[in-house]
Unconditional design. Structure first.
Length: 147
């Protein structure tokens, strides 16, 4: 009855209900959503277990746990985007924007990792600026009203 009461003119151009339309969005079944939820809970347990295990002793590299945690988080983020946000059944333009988000994230990580590879500059010999100093015989403080 609801479809008879509402015409296509009341819902924009009416193309969202047509399965042959490029604007049609197929929603994931609830079973897929529950499977994804269970997968995310399992990955949460894996993340907590990997936090408790120190793999730096077996690999000889301190950053092993961080790399594994990032891989697990990327897998979880992909599952959320692919299933919960329904990018899997969306248009190619949505796929493009999702991919651009990951590309932007990679660029940001690359920029911050560049800062991590730079050496710290030794600041020895620098002193704090005193509260009052003179340059060329002129005080840096503004004149007071009483003087």
């Amino acid at each position: 009855m609801a479809s008879a009461a509402h015409g296509h003119s009341e819902h924009g151009n009416g193309l969202h209900g047509d399965p042959n339309s490029p604007f049609h969005i197929k929603h994931p079944p609830k079973l897929d959503l529950w499977k994804n939820f269970a997968f995310l809970m399992v990955m949460l347990v894996v993340t907590v277990v990997m936090y408790k295990i120190d793999l730096s002793h077996t690999t000889g590299w301190v950053g092993t746990n961080v790399v594994i945690a990032m891989i697990i988080s990327a897998i979880k983020a992909t599952a959320v985007i692919w299933i919960f946000m329904n990018v899997r059944n969306s248009t190619r333009l949505t796929w493009l924007w999702a991919a651009l988000g990951f590309i932007w994230l990679i660029l940001l990580v690359g920029i911050f990792m560049d800062y991590q590879t730079r050496a710290w500059i030794d600041q020895t010999g620098w002193t704090a600026i005193p509260s009052e100093y003179e340059i060329g015989g002129v005080s840096s403080r503004p004149p007071t009203a009483g003087k």
